[in-house]
Design a protein around this ligand. Structure first.
Ligand code: GTR
Length: 412
């Protein structure tokens, strides 16, 4: 009986995806002509077989439905339980970066009874600003001290101490000169990025407070949840315009920024820098990293259910254009690099293009065309996209686009 059921199920899956033989998920195809035809799930198709008719129906019915599909199948449950966080200003100076910036360093304690659970936040704000400032918020990989060669940046035990080593990815001066602030913290404070990281990170230490078991979510979920806790702090900071917080991330932290943006509507602009598989890139497009490869190499990033699609990507009830659609109608920037085929630039672009259908429910145009733009030529409306020359990285060019886009969208 069970067997018969399995056979019927397989038959139905194949029937639902007529064009698709599953692709060889253990290899990362990099030849465009080899991409196997695929059919994407329609973000506007509701469970009852009717299509979403307007933005109200989207927000009330379809968006929550798709969101929980991502929770269940990809990132795990996003805990909504309130915690009693408290904040300690550890350092502040109005003379940072040769006098152009106010630097503030805040420790967010996440648990009353355990002072080892915290996120160290570093912020630089334009010192001359009149009133509250818009900010970019992004997690960093190597510790706050790595983002800028500034001897006053405090170091904690999670940091790999190499002052200024990642400064090319964080052009703080340019950000400040354009009237924005930068807020950052190291993702290791939330959970260390390896398969055992959950044992010492928030997924274990806060499991009772958050009422969630460690295996109910993944590291990306935990990092995204951490971004929301930084947002909680920003809402209390008198210098921050809480309606203008752009969440930004690169690569695995780009995936994280997208999930944070989908999970927390307070992020009013979302930026994915080369987020690739499990981020902006379409899973069904066999190009670059695959669901199987990402789960094999990073088993701790996603929820276990995601692994059941390792060799059955066409069976995933969602695809990543629907994650981007969860950001609608907020401004979204998706960026790729030509030298980063592993992230599948075209898959990232097409995903942004398809998300546009949901933006149009709100009367907003997305990227505006289904043709990929030329190198280093940003395009789009409410969704912007570029593919720049160069490798997998964050560059000044990327930041210049994010700054321009935020200014346009926020009318600054
Ligand atoms: C790669 C991984 C990508 C991307 C990248 C990164 O090894 O396969 O999905 O996340 O790491 O975060 O730098």
């Amino acid at each position: 009986m069970k067997k018969l059921f399995a056979i019927i199920t397989i038959f139905l899956v194949i029937k639902a995806n007529p064009a698709s033989a599953q692709f060889p998920s253990d290899s990362a195809n990099q030849i465009e002509s080899k991409v196997i035809p695929y059919t994407l799930p329609d973000p506007l198709m509701m469970q009852n077989g009717k299509r979403v008719k307007d933005s109200i129906e989207w927000m009330k019915r379809q968006r929550p439905y798709l969101y929980q599909l991502f929770e269940k199948n990809v990132y795990g449950r996003f805990p909504r339980q309130k915690i009693n966080a408290y904040y300690q200003i550890r350092e502040e100076s109005k003379h940072a970066l040769n006098g152009i910036a106010l630097r503030r360093q805040v420790r967010i304690y996440l648990k009353q009874s355990d002072t080892s659970v915290y996120i160290d936040v570093l912020m630089y704000l334009p010192v001359e600003a009149k009133g509250k400032v818009p900010v970019f918020l992004g997690l960093n990989f190597n510790g706050n001290a790595a983002i800028q060669n500034d001897p006053e940046i405090l170091i904690n035990s999670n940091d790999k101490v190499s002052r200024g080593a990642s400064s090319s990815r964080w052009p703080v001066k340019t950000i400040i000169e354009n009237g924005f602030g930068l807020v950052t913290a190291c993702y290791n404070d939330i959970e260390i990025d390896n398969k055992d990281g959950w044992k010492t990170g928030v997924r274990t230490k806060l499991q009772d407070d958050l009422k969630i078991k460690p295996e109910e979510w993944g590291a990306i979920g935990a990092w995204a949840w951490g971004l929301s806790r930084i947002m909680d702090y920003l809402e209390t900071d008198k210098n921050i315009d809480q309606n203008k917080v752009a969440v930004m991330g690169h690569s695995r932290l780009g995936k994280t920024a997208l999930w944070a943006g989908a999970s927390d509507l307070r992020f009013s602009l979302v930026i994915s820098n080369e987020s690739g598989e499990g981020g902006a890139a379409l899973a069904r497009r066999w190009f670059g990293e695959t669901v199987y490869l990402i789960n094999k190499n990073f088993p701790h990033w996603f929820v276990n259910a995601y692994k059941s699609y390792n060799h059955n990507v066409f069976g995933l009830p969602v695809d990543q254009h629907e994650l981007l659609a969860l950001i609608a109608p907020r401004p979204l920037y998706v960026a790729s690099a030509a030298g980063d085929l592993w992230s599948d630039p075209k898959g990232e672009f097409l995903s942004a293009w398809h998300a546009g259908e949901v933006y149009s429910l709100f009367g907003k145009e997305g990227v505006g065309t289904d043709e990929m733009p030329a190198l280093d030529h940003p395009i789009g409306h409410r969704i912007n996209y570029h593919i720049r020359t160069g490798k997998h990285d964050v560059t000044l060019f990327d930041w210049q686009q994010y700054i321009r886009f935020a200014k346009e969208q926020w009318k600054l």
